[in-house]
Design a protein around this ligand. Sequence first.
Ligand SMILES: *Cc1c(COP(=O)(O)O)cnc(C)c1O
Length: 487
Amino acid sequence: MNGQNNLVDMPLSEFRKYGHEMIEWIADYLEKIEELPVLPNIKPGEIKSKLPQSAPLQSEEFSKMLNDVDKIILPGVTHWQHPNFMAYFSATASGPGILGELLSAAFNTNGMLWKTNPSSAELEETVLNWFRDIIGLPQNFRGIIYDTASVSSMHAIAAARENINLEIREKGMSGAPKLRLYCSEQAHSSIDKSAITLGIGMEGIRKILVDSKYRMIPHELEKAIREDRANGWTPFCVVATIGTTSTTSVDPVEKIVEICERENIWLHVDAAYAGVTAMLPEMKVFFKEIERADSIVANPHKWLFVPIDLSILFTRRPQILKQAFSLVPEYLKTAEDSVVENYMDYGIQLGRRFRSLKLWFVLRYFGVEGLQARLREHIRLALLFAKWIDEDSSFERLAPVPFSTVCFRAKPTGCNDENKLNGLNEKLMNVINSSGKLFITHTKLNNIFTLRLVVSSIRQEERHVEQAWKLIKESLEKLLSENNIEN
Ligand SMILES: *Cc1c(COP(=O)(O)O)cnc(C)c1O
């Protein structure tokens, strides 16, 4: 019997049956994922056209839904779990991560207050303290989980604004002086979005020049701040990036922090992708003086095998963040308020999911050493790929490889026309991606169409990187012979 006609939930007998089937389905999916095209061959509207235009009035069998997942949904999925997904920054979900996600859906708690789920509040605090210690941040840093790095950074920038005491909470932005935020021209677009959201505006952002390795030039930052102060701006926040989105370049935090301290400006560090590598002693060189920053974001959902979404904002000034966002209506006051942390006090959202469970499962299942070994392997594989690029005269590397992302392009000998090269590389990317065997993405660096290959999925092995390299080379050869592209 199913639960459709008697006003109750799905009976547990049915839940067990389909639950087991679902887990089997997922295990099969992960087992056979390499047989699927990593990028679906699909046109806009194709999935929609296979779906009914209105919701069913009567109850449907769960088995029919699973069937439609196979028939309609699966063919339109871009397989982020595929080992040949080497685009963007991959977000792979590990087994323990998926199970943690399932459990948090089952508890379905709203962790707005300590009282509304003490386990959520205390597990989040404990697991984030573990994580803080693993990545080498001192104990005065406190963590909070948000959904994404975009939202983490928005909260950090709001705290930076609160920090300059303009009474913006009460008076809004209209009477405030013109605020200025600094980041490099390579910073993530989420910083622009934060400025838009917080009423700072695009004109309130000053993009600082980068050097030949795409790193913010501290001297240019210093000059910009000086100039802005002379012209009536109020500098309030600098965002430095460790692992920029295009090239994974590293802004020199150790120099930027000195400027921020001297000028009394909040320093936020965006390490959404690369932050997890701070758990490797050999990578500490990229995180010098990080403990002097006011806030730092890292995303376990990017390169730590935790299912999307889970981003962590660490700050050593949680009281400022709280001052910016705490607002307690009568119905949410509890007897424990003076002795516990209520997570609703640290952001715009009231309700929050029990996200720490999946991070807890991942940390415990793999152990710190297991995670370190996997990150190291990804970095090794990326460097191996970079070496192949460097050794091949038909290819050119376009940026250093500090982490696990390689920026490169095809540059056949004798072909020096930049427009032609851009066209060739765009075509090459499209040919590769439409093969279904590999998915890579691009960026533009100084107007150069740049291919990006990222190794950060838990399912990636050396053979996948080898296959990718082989496919890239073969696709180029084919393109060149077909189009007879010369000079
Ligand atoms: C991916 C990325 C972001 C955005 O992350 P979301 O969690 O998707 O918001 C921000 N900054 C950097 C450097 C990134 O790599």
